[in-house]
Design a protein around this ligand. Structure first.
Ligand SMILES: [Zn+2]
Length: 238
């Protein structure tokens, strides 16, 4: 079996494409989450350990571990260091200090893993000609500059918002994006040579800024445009 990352003929390991803790909110009263699909002839089946696929060898799988651990820690751990951005006394975004390289590499490696996976859950993810570039960034531990595979994150502050639909592609003002759902978070990953649409610019992961996670109301999801100016005014550059 050929490892999709190092290209060597090796035994491949079962690896989670989306790290396991991002499925944890789905485990209700010790029942396993079920995978539901509109694929013809597919019946809901239990998915006790999330979704996994054999795409890489054990050595390559280890490359992802520190990034997976970091993303789970920074996104899922509740702590007092979190600050909020408020507008009219309403919380509109979380602000946290973060390690740009590790979080960025987590998201681009997630996009790469979903692209090379043949699991039907990731059938709508295919970065096509960008795949060799992302693979090289993973092998070089290179997170790229903020515009390269730019990432923005939002979160639903509602338990219902932790549903995990399959990721899909979407065009924001004509720019190609992939949307991933992770335990209430939505990550928007750009796969396009053109720059980020202007309304999203203030929200992308950037080494000179804290992590900004826009809070969205699950029942009446808001537009990015609402906070563009506020973020621009209130988030100081480091
Ligand atoms: Zn390998």
């Amino acid at each position: 079996m050929i490892c999709r990352l190092c290209g060597k003929d090796k035994k491949l390991v079962e690896s989670h494409i989306i790290p396991k803790k991002f499925y944890t909110p789905l485990f209700v009263e010790k029942q396993s989450p079920r995978i539901i699909s509109n694929k013809p002839g597919f019946y809901p089946k239990k998915s006790p350990s999330g979704i996994y696929d054999k795409i890489v060898c054990v050595e390559c799988e280890r490359i992802f571990s520190p990034w997976d651990d970091y993303a789970q820690k920074v996104l899922l751990t509740q702590n007092s260091k979190v600050e909020y951005l408020k507008y009219n006394d309403k919380k509109i975004a979380y602000i946290k200090t973060f390690d740009y390289a590790r979080l960025k590499l987590f998201f681009i490696s997630l996009l790469w893993r979903a692209t090379v996976s043949t699991h039907y859950f990731f059938k709508r993810i295919n970065v096509g000609p960008f795949e060799p570039q992302i693979k090289q960034m993973i092998l070089d531990t290179n997170p790229g500059d903020p515009e390269e595979f730019a990432i923005a994150i939002t979160k639903y502050d509602d338990p219902l918002g932790t549903i995990t639909p399959d990721p899909y592609s979407y065009k924001w003002e004509g720019i190609n994006y992939y949307h991933f759902y992770l335990a209430g978070f939505i990550a928007y990953i750009k796969a396009d040579k053109r720059p980020v649409p202007s309304f999203m610019k203030e929200l992308i992961l950037c080494p000179e800024k804290p992590l900004i996670i826009l809070i969205r109301d699950f029942r009446k999801s808001k537009d990015f445009k609402v906070i563009k100016k506020i973020v621009k005014k209130t988030i100081p550059k480091k």
